[in-house]
Every structure is written in structure tokens, then in C-alpha cells.
Design a protein around this ligand. Sequence first.
Ligand code: ATP
Ligand code: MG
Ligand code: MG
Ligand code: MG
Length: 469
Amino acid sequence: MSGVNEIRSTFLDYFRKNGHEVVPSSPLVPRNDPTLMFVNAGMVQFKNVFTGLETRNYSRASTAQKCVRAGGKHNDLDNVGYTARHHTFFEMLGNFSFGDYFKENAIEFAWNLITKEFGIDREKLLVTVYHTDDEAAGFWKKIAGLPEQKIIRIATSDNFWAMGDTGPCGPCSEIFYDHGEGIPGGPPGSPDEDGDRFIEIWNLVFMQFEQVTKEERIALPRPSIDTGMGLERIAAVLQGKHDNYDIDLFQALIRASEEATGVKAEGKNRASHRVIADHLRASSFLIADGVLPSNEGRGYVLRRIMRRAMRHAQLLGAAEPLMWRLVPALVREMGQAYPELVRGQPLITETLKLEETRFRKTLARGLTLLSDATDTMSSGDRLDGETAFKLYDTYGFPLDLTQDALRQRGISVDTDGFNTAMERQKAEARANWAGSGEAATEAVWFSVKDKVGATEFLGYDTEQAEGVV
Ligand code: ATP
Ligand code: MG
Ligand code: MG
Ligand code: MG
């Protein structure tokens, strides 16, 4: 059985052998893309290379990229703990061609890696192509020998990728692994495709067009390749597991969480341990890349992730802050591949400990309020927006934490009512604002920053945290 660390190296070595430059993961906070909350795919650090704004001294690259999908266009937060295949933080393995090789080679590289190097049973594999992409279908037949019924044509945007309203775009082809009949879910394109039987392991994007304006799309003279494979998903396949949370890495984290709480990951407690393990990774990697919990922007996404995990720790009966105690297990599992975790360990530990210590002061009282308010409710009922807002405002419950807390009972939250209450409070705050308060805080910040430098003030060198070696 190969562990996650070995699988990552096998992937990168394979592409290195095939003429690719192995490039380190970029930090989770995008450097030059203010529209993007977090890096959510391997291609992000190469955007300008694909558009031609930037050139590199290589035309083939391969990476294991840290990704977070917990906000913005891709948000898998609500899936975590409930599907077998989603994380908020995961690693995307990828190979890229910048106007070098194209469709045929991309399919060949992918097929050879998974069937020869990794030795996956070809009978268990099937692929999708964009409905008009006869070329890709033809290569799958020629290279992989797949029969027609295992090359599924999809007409939706799932199989057509675009960088934005304009820019590079093109059809994609996804590779699926069939985990077997016992698991609910249908093949891609079928009505129950969202089940977990057929799991997408690798997405190949064929960037062959450029969208010039809304109406005009031209063929690129030198098309490119962008691919992404979820490391945790391929590890599950290679370790004979159906579920990402059963791979070596997650088992180690879940074991740490079981030991620290004295509660087994069984029955109703299973999801909590999974959420904790997942959110531990997301929080720690975000902190290592310089994000700190706050009430807005990226920092608020981090805070939401942390607090969700903390509610699950409370559910498991943890009497003391839990998350910081799991950091050593994470560093043991992933510190070698990501030295920023080792460098950031003290900051990660302190940040988790402080946030949980503070949140625990209001968490229990908030939960009491919540259970009083929903005492007589049953599945299909809805919690009023005022109460959800009070939980937010007085007890520090992000809206999604309240929703997550009620989810198992089938109770929803009136989000419109919540937003109305929030707007009202903001209007009141504006009306009462006497000036100077905010500016004074800013002035303090800048004067400290001037004295010691921003990074030092944060107690952490973000440049160093990038894992760029
Ligand atoms: P899905 O349809 O399963 O949500 P996706 O099509 O959104 O996946 P892509 O954007 O194509 O995913 O990302 C490339 C690869 O990254 C996927 O094939 C999958 O292996 C992996 N991946 C995507 N999202 C996640 C996630 N939340 N957790 C773990 N792996 C993921
Ligand atoms: Mg998805
Ligand atoms: Mg998909
Ligand atoms: Mg995909």
C-alpha cells in the first residue's frame, strides 16, 4: 500500500521523467488575483502563463498544489463530513503544457500513469468528454481502448472550462473510478450522478480556444493543457478504500482526534471527527500562509472553518480546547512535504488555542439558546432570522455554523431574515458613529507597522511561509 506522501512523489517523478519542471505549490492566498479568495486549483499560479502575459523558461510543468474550496465559486464546506470525496483543503496534483503538447499526449500521460505506474484496474475506469469533442473520444478509444459506453458525452458546463468571461477556454474530460455496486450513485450524466459510487479522480482541460468577446471565440494557435487530480481521491483508490477519510493521512488525524477526546469515530460521532480532521488541515495551512481569523474577507472564512470544527469538538464532549492539540499529528503527516507547517507550528498552535478558548466562552450559551429556540421544531421547520442573528452577534456563531448545527434535524434557517437583521444593525451603527474610532485603530496599526514592519508585527514571516524552495 502506498501512503499519500509516496503517491505525491510518484506523480511528480513521473512527470519529471516526462520533461516537466516540478514547480512548488503556490501559497493559498493568490498573489495577483484579487477576485479569488483562495487558490482552488493547480492552474491558478500559471494563469498569466496560459494567457501569454508571462513567460517561463519551461513549457511543461507539474505541481502538487494546496487548494481551499470554502468560499466563492467553489465551496465544498457543506459537503465535508457528509460525502466521501470532499475536503475544504486538499492537494491537487497537476501537469501543465503551455503551448507544448496537447490532447493526445495529455490523455496518454494520464492513462499510462494510472494504469501502468499506479496499476489501477482499467475495467473500473470510465471517462467523460464534452459532447462535441469527437477528437478526445477518439483518443480515449485509441489510447485506452475504452468502449463507447465508457466514454460518456456530457453537454453541460461541467465539461467545458473557461477562465472567465473572456480568455482561454475549452472542453474537458474527466476520469472516474467505479467504487462498486454496493455504493449508491449513478455514472456521470445520470440523474443520481452526485452519489459516491463513481468518483471523479482526474480532470483534463484542453485549452484550445480563446473567448475574445462574448460573441467571438477563436482557436488558439498553440493550445495548452491543464489537469487536476485530487491526491486524497487517488490515494483512496490505491489504498483500496472507497472513502477519502479512510486513507492513511486522514486515519492518522482522526486517531489523534479520538485519542484527544476519548471518543471513537463511530455512529453519530463519525462526521464530527471527519469535520475536525478536515478543518484542522484547512485552518493550519491557511494560518501558515499568513491568514489570521478576523471578521471579514479571508480571515472570516478561516474563522468560520475554525468555529465549525470547534462546535464539533464540543459535540464530542471535549472539555478543553481541542484543535491545537492535533497540530503535532498534522505536522507529523504533512510537515515534510510542506515545511511551512513546521515553521508555522507555534503560530498555528497559538492561533487555534486562542480562538477556541475565546469561542468556548459563548459557544455553550449559544447552543443552549439554539436548542431552546428549536425545542419544539421538527424536520422541515425554519429558524427565524432574528434568532440566527442574535447567535451571530452575541455568541459569535457564523450563519453557516447555525445551519450546520440544525442540518441533522432537517431544520433550515431564514437567511433573508438574518440578512435583514444584519442590515438593520449596520444602519444603526452608521447612525451612531461618532467618528474617530475606526481611524484611531488604523493609526495604531500603521504606527506599529512602521516601527517593526508588518510581518514582524504579525509575528510571522509570510514570505518564508510560502514553501517556495
Ligand atoms: P466534484 O465534481 O467531485 O466536486 P470537481 O469537478 O468540482 O469535483 P475539479 O474542479 O475538476 O473538481 O478539480 C480537479 C480534481 O480535484 C477533481 O477531479 C478531484 O479529484 C479533486 N477535487 C475537487 N474538489 C475537491 C474537494 N473538495 N476535495 C477533494 N478533492 C477535490
Ligand atoms: Mg466540485
Ligand atoms: Mg466534477
Ligand atoms: Mg472536474
